[in-house]
Design a protein around this ligand. Sequence first.
Ligand code: TRP
Length: 510
Amino acid sequence: MENNRSSWGSNLGFLLAAIGSAVGLGNIWGFPYKMGKCGGFVFLIVYLLLAIFVGMIIMVSELAVGRKTKLSPIDAYQKVSKKFSWIGWLATIAPYLIMTFYTVLGGYCLQYIALNMTKLSFGNEAVNMTGGDIFGAMLTTPLGCVVFTILFIIICMVIVQGGVSGGIEKFNKVGMPALFVMLLIIIVRSLTLPHAAEGLKFMFVPGYAVKAGFIEAQPNLVSVLGTAGGQMFFSLSLAMGAILTYGSYLSKEENLVKNSVIIVFSDTLIALMAGIAVIPAAVANGIAQGTPVGQIKLGGPNLLFVTLQDVFTNMGKLGPLFGVIFYVLVLIAAISSAISLMETIAAHWIDKDLAKGENDTRKSRVFTVSLLILIGAVLVAADGLGSNFSPASLLGISTVPTFLDCFLDFFDCWSEGIAMPLGAMLMALMIGWEVGPDLVLDEVAHGDPSEGFKKFFRFCVKFVVPIVMAFVLAGQMIDFFGGNQMIWYAVSVIALVVFWIIAGTGKKAE
Ligand code: TRP
């Protein structure tokens, strides 16, 4: 069976694919606006600490479990753990839920590329509307959103059908360098706008966000921790099977620790670069238009599809060209991430077929998975972020917690909000207390980790990761469900304690 299983063409190909999975809308959209919401510099520091002490640990663990078992998540966890074998299901359903909205956002990117191409060809006045009007008009035209979502799904499907090295690796080998160059072009353009320095100060000068009036007050540390933690996991593609699946195609010779460091570093670098491309441009444009600093919109979906579109429109004749470059860049980032999620889901059935001796089922399996994704995605695309209908309106509820706002939030809540922090917490408990850290360290040992790394890994996986994840879980539940914060802290702590006891007691798995 193993002989027929897919594998990467080279370690560089794997790295580019893993970086492609990591670098996505989370970096280019989520990172800048969450940094904006959480007071700039403080967020950055918390994010970096979490990436080193938590992200790195889970990254190494997922790669190790994937490569050791050479299986997709459901079977991999079943093989490794007795008590937590069901984490694999979390790690397969969550990518499905993410795909239902990720593909819709990919469709929006396609629409914005078309929009800026129109402006480029026929003059800026061809679509003489503000970014806000354009976004609103797009959301209330469900047909267009559905059509472009389907187009995006087809693009991803064709790439994944091409295979691990023939499709995914090939796309990333061209896409990632192209993305990097385009990002540099946008950074140069953004930083040469008048008043761009204000945006840089917002990002890098401690306390400046509050002093200059961008936000009213510095949010408390626990809420920064929750936001930064959620962002870091999403951005690194962790705890949802994607990295595990990519690791399962990796050759035994490669050094997992070194690879993890490269992936975490690159993802963080691109997130920072995206921040430097986006925030100064948004701030500069706001100031030039006479908008008071506190009202420059750096948060939410508005940043990417309203504020930045205004930036490109106000740049004059060449603006639409930068618009095309920017939205193509975002599109590449979205595709490279979406294909990792699609592969994670499809790999389960492809592996099952291989075990039965059926070798050529990739194309049909990926097609079926794409259809399944389409079902959820049509709901998300048609509701237009709640402009047309929402889970709440369908249920006939009027005042609603965030998770019933629109189908995007609904699917996001169960995947990013619950499955991801819970999955990461359980994985750390499983490795730290049930099967023991040596399962990972022995697999890593093909690249022979130092004693220092072993100590660091054991300590983090046993204590730091589970405790931090409980905070992240609480933070997410507070965001999505609202109500009394103490209830959600209590729920998280109880979950942590119960699973910790389960992991640490009774018969050890062999
Ligand atoms: N990391 C991607 C982003 O930043 C999204 C993504 C791709 C993802 N694969 C994932 C998130 C797996 C969680 C798990 O946009």
